[in-house]
Design a binder for this molecule. Sequence first.
Ligand SMILES: NC(=O)c1ccc[n+]([C@@H]2O[C@H](COP(=O)([O-])OP(=O)(O)OC[C@H]3O[C@@H](n4cnc5c(N)ncnc54)[C@H](OP(=O)(O)O)[C@@H]3O)[C@@H](O)[C@H]2O)c1
Length: 192
Amino acid sequence: MNEKQRSRIKDTLIVATSKDGFISPADGVKLPSTKWTSKEDYQFFTEKTQEIGVMIMGRATYETIARPLPRRLIVVLTRDSEKQAEAARRKLKMDYLPNNLRFTSKSPQEILQSLANEGYQQVALCGGASLYQLFTKENLVDEMFITIEPIEFGDGIKLFENNKIYGNFQLIKETPLNKQGTILQHWLRRLN
Ligand SMILES: NC(=O)c1ccc[n+]([C@@H]2O[C@H](COP(=O)([O-])OP(=O)(O)OC[C@H]3O[C@@H](n4cnc5c(N)ncnc54)[C@H](OP(=O)(O)O)[C@@H]3O)[C@@H](O)[C@H]2O)c1
């Protein structure tokens, strides 16, 4: 896919991190981000993803939600889409998958292209670490909303393996979300 085709769909990365840059503590499975982020971040996340309308996430992140979300299409990346779709359907106790939940093994470029072909103009990239890294390495992220919570984990899953990724973006706005010190950063991809 060339740059012109890709620009038909805007890819917005949305993430919450600790003050020391982790998206999850070392025992993240027991402590999903919904358990340590602020209610203001939850509100931002809900409003922004509803406004965008499409969420892309990895299978492990989907399992922390394990259900479709209202007013959003969820596209889940997995290497075995049939098996995961079947598991989700059984978990939801439904004969068919709801039409706002999809499992796919396509590449990031193919996913964005087929969503663009369906008429979607923007997607929210909602994690986890493997997807944030996959999409940014392929230079497919146009903007980032990073909520920094006033908490330190000391260890855990980093947002990016290599902080050089930030060099591709420009911080354009920082907004305090509450009195506890939660900050929302808005980054835009630098134009080459
Ligand atoms: N702080 C935040 O804002 C935030 C947001 C989201 C997630 N998280 C945290 O991130 C952690 C999960 O991150 P994670 O990196 O372990 O998992 P993840 O990215 O959510 O999901 C990983 C899975 O995605 C699928 N996948 C990844 N790359 C793929 C590719 N190229 N092609 C096809 N499928 C692919 C694979 O599924 P299969 O194994 O089924 O093949 C893989 O096991 C959790 O602790 C979660 O709480 C934090």
